[in-house]
Design a protein around this ligand. Structure first.
Ligand code: ZN
Ligand code: ZN
Length: 300
């Protein structure tokens, strides 16, 4: 349209523009097409339990069945009325931080929200991609607005050649600036959530642990919370690839709990299968289960 006169800025503009555009499209794509993660089969009721649950009419007896089924599962949170969190629709005991999405009609692990902009649930499987998508769209809008700014100023001082293209400058600047401002507020909010290790749902309603609602129940401190979402290896933080290796076991053992000790993640590698008698396939990478356990046990 109105390219800079020198070659150097042209090259820089081209490189930065395409780089931010590619990263933006890549993370957007991953956010849209990564299916939400659902709880593993261990959280479903057994056939016998399901039949018994359906036969029972009294909520107390139903809760008793659920309590029995949830005994060996690593669950630390309940409903506000201290009942086991159960999804009638999927017929499963909800793991901590899991919520049923009515739009996807499925229980979603660490559900954050259902996002109409990406027509997908944002949760455990794609939260990192969602954040990168916001970040790269910000960068993209900022770059467009910044490079158009000088022509935008010229538009108002009547220094632009009188062609149709001068209205493109106006439009481009306003759209880029508008998106930048609206995404900035959303991105800042999510940065705050990541720092606190909260999902949007938990920010509105604190999860209930043994000793009551605790909005910081999953927090491990800012740096660890960041790693919860972006993974341990900083070199992958800016790439929309899944870096939270899902462990094969819930790092949880009843025996450890009884000993008053939560097993460290590294203690439960493949060999953990032998140690953890009731180990179920992992729903999450469990460092924040450690926080949940701490929150739960302070009430003891
Ligand atoms: Zn469900
Ligand atoms: Zn959904």
């Amino acid at each position: 349209m109105y390219p800079p006169e020198d070659v150097a800025p042209r090259v820089v503009y081209l490189v930065v523009f395409h780089l931010s555009f590619v990263m933006f499209v890549w993370s957007y794509w991953k956010t849209i097409f990564t299916p939400p993660a659902s709880p593993s089969n261990e959280f479903c009721l057994s056939k016998a339990d399901k039949e018994q649950y359906e036969r029972e009419e009294r909520p107390e007896s139903q809760q008793e069945i659920l309590r029995r089924a949830a005994k060996d599962l690593p669950i630390y949170t309940t409903t506000a009325s201290r009942a086991i969190r159960y999804c009638d629709r999927c017929q499963l005991i909800k793991p901590d931080r899991c919520h049923h999405c009515s739009a996807c009609d499925v229980c979603v692990l660490k559900m954050d929200h259902h996002c109409p902009w990406v027509n997908n649930c944002v949760g455990f499987s794609n939260y990192k991609f969602f954040l990168l998508f916001l970040m790269y769209s910000l960068l993209y809008c900022l770059f467009v607005a910044a490079t158009v700014l000088q022509y935008f100023i010229k538009f108002w001082t009547n220094e632009l050649p009188d062609t149709q293209a001068k209205f493109h400058v106006l439009f481009l600047f306003f759209v880029a600036a508008m998106f930048f401002i609206s995404i900035l507020s959303l991105f800042s909010y999510h940065c705050w959530l990541v720092g606190k290790n909260r999902s949007t749902i938990e920010a509105f309603r604190a999860p209930t642990f043994r000793n009551g609602p605790d909005k910081n129940g999953f927090s491990l401190g800012c740096s660890k919370n960041l790693r919860e979402v972006f993974g341990d290896e900083t070199k992958y933080w800016l790439l929309p690839v899944f870096t939270r290796e899902t462990c094969k076991l819930y790092r949880f053992a009843l025996s450890s709990l009884q000993n008053g000790r939560f097993p460290a993640c590294r203690e439960l590698g493949e060999s953990g299968r032998k140690v953890v008698r009731q180990g179920a396939p992992c729903a999450y990478r469990c460092t924040w289960l450690e926080a949940a356990w701490r929150a739960a046990s302070t009430g003891k």
